[in-house]
Design a protein around this ligand. Structure first.
Ligand code: C5P
Length: 229
């Protein structure tokens, strides 16, 4: 299975002036945890690491330290996650039929979740890992700050990555997104906009996206717990 890792973001919401994926998490850069899980997943054979040129030297050092030099290919990212993934798709080898996409910032993923998604992707054109929401979600009118709706929680799932797709179809969805000016925060949204089916694979509660300093503290706690098990 081919895997693209979007890792070309910044550390703005983390309050950092550098890519948050290079911040230390238990003595290793955050990205090293994500890559370690990809290395341990039996289904993953090829990894495209999407980054900004100023981070490539640090990324290369991480890849070398993990002994993954043959597996990992470096791809220049874009201004948004959507653009970064689009560039990643264009950099896939021509033989790639299916691809998993996993955010570098979800560094607590387990190899098992990669493998479950990879296996399921042989039976459907598109899928995402997701978990049922625990909170009651409100739809709010931005200008008045008033609640307009409370959707039935039983129908709501929180999207995670990996997200997996047939490469040809996802590329065509991205092409259409560029033509129509769609702005999305995950790849499934492009598939959905094009009327294509996306299946849910049960994700992991610990597969959180490290976005703020609180997430970093939670990630550290979870990793320490795992270390003791
Ligand atoms: O900012 P956020 O954490 O939501 O980004 C999700 C993932 O997309 C991160 O792993 C980040 O590095 C990546 N990203 C990217 N290119 C961008 C912006 C974000 O690859 N221009």
């Amino acid at each position: 299975m081919y895997l693209l890792i979007p890792a070309a973001g910044s550390g703005r919401r983390m309050g950092s002036d550098r890519n948050k994926l290079l911040l230390p998490l238990l003595e290793k850069p955050l990205l090293a945890w994500t890559l370690s899980a990809a290395r341990a997943a039996q289904s993953i054979r090829w990894v495209g690491l999407i980054g900004q040129p100023e981070d490539f030297q640090d990324f290369k050092e991480i890849v070398v330290s993990l002994g993954m030099t043959k597996m990992v290919h470096f791809i220049q990212g874009g201004a948004t996650r959507q653009e970064s993934v689009y560039r990643g798709l264009q950099a896939l080898p021509a033989v790639a039929q299916r691809v998993l996409i996993h955010d570098g910032a979800r560094c607590l993923i387990t190899p098992k979740l990669f493998d479950r998604c990879a296996q399921e992707l042989h039976h459907c054109p598109g899928l995402i890992a997701a978990i049922p929401v625990k909170d009651t979600i409100k739809v709010v009118e931005h200008s008045t700050q008033q609640i307009t709706r409370t959707p039935d929680r039983r129908q709501l799932w929180a999207a995670q990555t990996p997200q997996g797709f047939e490469v040809d179809r996802l590329t065509r969805c991205h092409d259409e997104g560029v033509r129509q000016g769609w702005e999305v925060t995950d790849d499934a949204a492009l598939f959905e906009q094009c009327g294509l089916p996306v299946k849910i694979v049960e994700g992991e509660e610990t597969n959180l996206k490290v976005t703020t300093p609180v997430d970093l503290a939670i990630a550290e706690f979870i990793l320490r717990q795992r270390g003791q098990e």
